[in-house]
Design a protein around this ligand. Structure first.
Ligand code: GLY
Length: 432
C-alpha cells in the first residue's frame, strides 16, 4: 500500500512515521517533505520540488505512483478543497471536505456555529467594516479583547488588545492579512489555561485520541511573539478525566450533532483548542487537522496502528474501535533558528551538528521541519528546524531526556534557539 501526505513540517514527519509502522504500508510519500524524513526511514520518500499549492502536480504524482490513500494534513490545502478534489478523481482521501473544514478556515462561520449549537464560547461580534468596529469598541467597557482575522493567517491572526486604543490599532492591522483579514472578529478575552484536545471523527461518531499543551511564545514564561509552537506536552496534566467528560458533553457531542444538522457531517481529525476558565471549558477555536507540535507528542503514543484507524474512519466504523492514550508522558522541544519568528534569513543555510548523536539516544525521536539534507550533512531551511521528542514515565523523566538530547545540537555561528521551560506548568502542578 502507498500513502501520500501533503506538508513538510514536524507534524507530517510524525504522520509519515505513524503510517510507515504498519507492514502493509510499503511506501509513504511526503510532498514536499523535509530533509530528515527520508534519512531515518527507507519507506519514506520526499518530493521537495512540489509546491503544496499546486494541486495538479500532486495529483500527477498520486497517479504516477499509484497512491492508495492521500492524507491532507495542512490547513490551507483543506481550505482549498483538496479532499473534495482528490475524491472527485476517485482517490481515497483522509481529511474533512472544504465545507467541513470551514470550522477552521472561517472563524466567523465557526463562532456563529458555536452560538447556534450552544457551544461554550466568549462574547464576540464580526465585522467587515473598520468604522463599525471602531464604534462598537467605543461602546464597550475598557477590557482585554482579541481582534481576530476570520481567515487563515498562519497562526498570527489573533491580536491581543489591553486598551481601546490598542484594539483600534489591531483593527487597522487586519489589512496585513489580506483577504483573511477582510472579515474580523472582536472577542472578549478569556482567562485560564489553554489545551489542545484531539478527536477522530467519521461523520457519526468520534473517538478522543489524547490532549496536549502547546507553548506558543518564542521566549520562556510565555513572553515574546507567538510562533508556530515552541514545544508541547502530552498528556497535559490539566486534562483530567473530569475535563474530558465535560469536553465530550459540552463540545464534542453538540459539535458532531450540529455539523450533521448543517449537512456537513465532520470526518477527519478535530482539534479542539480549549481554555479551562473558572466557568468551565470555553472554546478558543476549532481546527480541522492535527496540531503542530501536538502531533509529534501524540502520534508516537498511539498503540493501534494508524493506517487501520484511518481506514476505520473512512469506512465510518469508528464506533467499533477503542483508542487508548499512551500511559507515557511525551515532551517536544522545537529547535529554532535564532531570530525566529521574525527575521532569521541569515541563519538559513547554516550547518546543523549533532543530529546523528541524538538519533542514537533511547526514548528520543527527532521530527524534521525547516531542514535540508545534503548526503549526511544537515542545513537550516526554516524557522522551526526540527523537534526533539522524548518520552518518560512522567514529565520529569521525559523533560530530562529531551533537554539532554538538545545538548548535543549545535548550529554553525551559535544560531540555535529553544525554550528551556517546556512543560513548566506540569512540573509546578505535580512537583512543587
Ligand atoms: N499548535 C498550534 C497549531 O497547530 O495550530
Amino acid at each position: 500500500m502507498k500513502v501520500l501526505i501533503i506538508g513538510s513540517g514536524g507534524r507530517e514527519h510524525a504522520l509519515a512515521t505513524a503510517y510507515a509502522k504498519n507492514e502493509r504500508v510499503k511506501k509513504v510519500l511526503v510532498a514536499p517533505g523535509n530533509g530528515l524524513m527520508d534519512f531515518f526511514s527507507k519507506k519514506i520518500f520526499i518530493f521537495p520540488y512540489i509546491r503544496v499549492n499546486d494541486f495538479q502536480s500532486i495529483a500527477d504524482l498520486v497517479k504516477k505512483e499509484a497512491v492508495d490513500l492521500v492524507d491532507v494534513a495542512t490547513d490551507e490545502q483543506l481550505a482549498q478543497g483538496y479532499v473534495d478534489k482528490f475524491r472527485k478523481l476517485g482517490i481515497k482521501t483522509f481529511g474533512p471536505t472544504q465545507k467541513q473544514a470551514e470550522i477552521e478556515w472561517s472563524k466567523d462561520w465557526a463562532r456563529s456555529f458555536m452560538n447556534k449549537y450552544n457551544l461554550p464560547s466568549p462574547q464576540f461580534k464580526s465585522f467587515n467594516n473598520q468604522k463599525e468596529a471602531y464604534e462598537y469598541i467605543e461602546k464597550l467597557e475598557e477590557q482585554t479583547l482579541y481582534i481576530k482575522a476570520s481567515g487563515l493567517a498562519s497562526g498570527k491572526g489573533a491580536i491581543r488588545a489591553e486598551t481601546k486604543a490598542e484594539a483600534k490599532k489591531a483593527i487597522d492591522g487586519m489589512t496585513q492579512f489580506g483577504k483573511a483579514g477582510e472579515t474580523f472578529l472582536i472577542e472578549q478575552a478569556m482567562i485560564g489555561e489553554e489545551f489542545s484536545l484531539f478527536a477522530l471523527c467519521d461523520g457519526e461518531n468520534y473517538r478522543i485520541i489524547n490532549a496536549a499543551q502547546d507553548h506558543k511564545t518564542v521566549f520562556e514564561k510565555d513572553m515574546g511573539p507567538n510562533t508556530g509552537g515552541m514545544g508541547c506536552v502530552a498528556r497535559a496534566g490539566v486534562i483530567t478525566n473530569k475535563i474530558i467528560h465535560e469536553a465530550e458533553r459540552d463540545i464534542l457531542k453538540p459539535f458532531m450533532k450540529g455539523m450533521r444538522i448543517e449537512g456537513r457531517p465532520y470526518s477527519g481529525i478535530l482539534y479542539v483548542g480549549g481554555m479551562l476558565t473558572e466557568n468551565g471549558i470555553k472554546l478558543v477555536e476549532f481546527n480541522a487537522r492535527w496540531g503542530d507540535p501536538e502531533a509529534e507528542v501524540i502520534l508516537p503514543g498511539i498503540t493501534k496502528d494508524y493506517i487501520t484507524i484511518i481506514e476505520t474512519v473512512l469506512d465510518k466504523k469508528l464506533k467499533q474501535i477503542k483508542i487508548s492514550p499512551s500511559k507515557k508522558v511525551r515532551i517536544s522541544i522545537a529547535a529554532c533558528a535564532s531570530g525566529y519568528p521574525d527575521n532569521y534569513d541569515e541563519v538559513k543555510g547554516k550547518e546543523i551538528f549533532g543530529i546523528n548523536e541524538v538519533s542514537r539516544l533511547k526514548n528520543v525521536k527527532i521530527f524534521g521541519a525547516g531542514i535540508k539534507r545534503n548526503g549526511k550533512r544537515f542545513f537550516v531551511n526554516g524557522g522551526r528546524i526540527f523537534h526533539i521528542v522524548a518520552k518518560g514515565k512522567n514529565i520529569i523523566e521525559a523533560r530530562r531526556r529531551a533537554y539532554r538530547a538538545m545538548s548535543f545540537i549545535h548550529i554553525e555561528g551559535n544560531n540555535l534557539h529553544y525554550r528551556i521551560d517546556i512543560g513548566w506548568r506540569d512540573v509546578s502542578r505535580f512537583y512543587n
